[in-house]
Ligand binder design. Structure first.
Ligand code: THG
Length: 365
């Protein structure tokens, strides 16, 4: 594949200098921003993530801030997940759908207080949608992208490293909760969350000016922990069943078929966009389902288009993500299969030819 041409339109992040100094080998584009994808190799990055601790530039998980008296009302109208009991130290994984129930994004909503939320978005232009909804409904709320850049600290040694930089208080943060902790005289949201199943934290770095000082402090404090620059790892996230918007689902999919029904209120006594469509889908049951799949044979090439899944000469679904897993010694994959597809005789058409496909009962991690 050719190189990415740098330009102002492809945004750098507050951590890009550190990422480059650490020897980044490949980037992807996410929310029109650089997202590192490889430092050493996908396999070496994966082994290191599972053994030690990594610092991730995930600034591309841009924030949409809702600020004003109607912030909570707008947040609730945007998602089928019931947020009425969300705590003021809580992060919530929330589907965002359109009128037809199609997935527009799958962000993490961070409740700062009753009048202030951040929506930590996946790769789609959600800011335009949220501004439009707020405007059309005449809500008393400002909607904007603040100067906030998430920095991930992921891996089994992440708590040890975080305690050295932010103090022992990090140990008391529960999963998908946050505390406000000091760095360089600034109070930052530090959540126990992140796009891996190895445990870790996300620091919502408010003010790009402290990006590199924080990056450097983490690397200095973690020298003996073998801290390295890392990034969301394709192999590990497929093993863990973490979904990728634009890959595993698009606006053509509803949350039920993506396995996100547990974050939807089918018989809601509150209003939200897509309510009628989701009630109908919940009653009928989804026509297809995202599932963990194993692809036979040697390492598959990158899955940069949907690969058809066949059974008895018919197309019954598609593979949406796939990678060779060193730990499980097979190709781990995520794919969409028609409802009631029987497990026998499945195959996938990869660019390298046909391969057998096996359904797995659950994701690997
Ligand atoms: N962190 C933050 N923002 C993000 C992501 C993130 N924005 C973009 C993208 N990732 C959004 N998508 C996801 C997908 C999965 C998870 C978080 C964000 C996730 N899921 C857990 C799981 O499936 O096991 C937990 C879900 C739950 O139980 O609430 O963490 O990573 N800030």
């Amino acid at each position: 594949m050719a190189l990415i041409s740098p330009s102002r339109r492809l945004r750098r992040t507050p951590f890009s200098d550190g990422v480059e100094a650490a020897g980044v080998r490949a980037y992807t584009v996410y929310n029109r921003m650089l997202l590192p994808t490889v430092f050493d190799s996908p396999q070496a990055d994966y082994a290191h993530l599972k053994a030690d601790v990594q610092v991730w530039d995930v600034a591309c998980e841009r924030q949409i801030e809702l600020r004003g008296p109607d912030a909570s009302a707008l947040m609730q109208y945007l998602t089928p997940r019931d947020l009425r009991r969300a705590g003021e130290d809580q992060c919530c994984y929330v589907p965002i759908v359109d009128n037809a129930g199609g997935m527009l994004n799958d962000p993490v909503a961070v409740k700062l207080d009753q009048d202030r939320w951040w929506i930590s978005i996946a790769d789609s232009d959600l800011l335009l949608w949220v501004k439009g909804i707020a405007q059309a409904r005449g809500l008393n709320v400002q909607v904007f992208e603040p100067d906030v850049s998430p920095l991930g600290v992921q891996g089994p040694k992440s708590e040890k490293l975080m305690a050295r930089v932010f103090g022992a208080a990090v140990q008391d943060i529960r999963f998908f909760r946050y505390a406000k902790l000091d760095f360089a005289g600034r109070s930052l949201v530090v959540a126990r969350s992140g796009y891996s199943k190895q445990g870790g934290f996300e620091i919502y770095v408010e003010g790009g000016d402290i990006g590199m000082p924080l990056w450097n402090a983490l690397f200095e404090a973690g020298r003996d922990l073998n801290v390295r620059a890392g990034c969301p790892n394709l192999i590990e996230r497929i093993e863990g069943g973490l979904l990728s918007y634009g890959n595993d689902m698009t606006a053509q999919n509803n949350p039920y078929e993506c396995g996100l029904g547990k974050f939807c209120t089918a018989d809601a006594d509150f209003d939200f966009i897509g309510r009628a469509a989701l009630a109908r889908i919940a009653a009928e049951g989804p026509a297809q389902n995202l599932c963990p799949l194993e692809i036979g044979g040697a390492a598959v090439p990158p899955c940069d288009r949907a690969w058809p899944v066949m059974q008895g000469g018919e197309t019954v679904g598609q593979i949406t993500s796939a990678a060779w897993s060193p730990d499980y010694a097979c190709n781990v994959a995520i794919g969409m299969l028609a409802r009631d597809t029987s497990p026998e005789g499945l195959s996938v058409q990869t660019p390298d030819g046909a391969r057998p496909v096996t359904r797995r009962a659950r994701f690997w991690i």
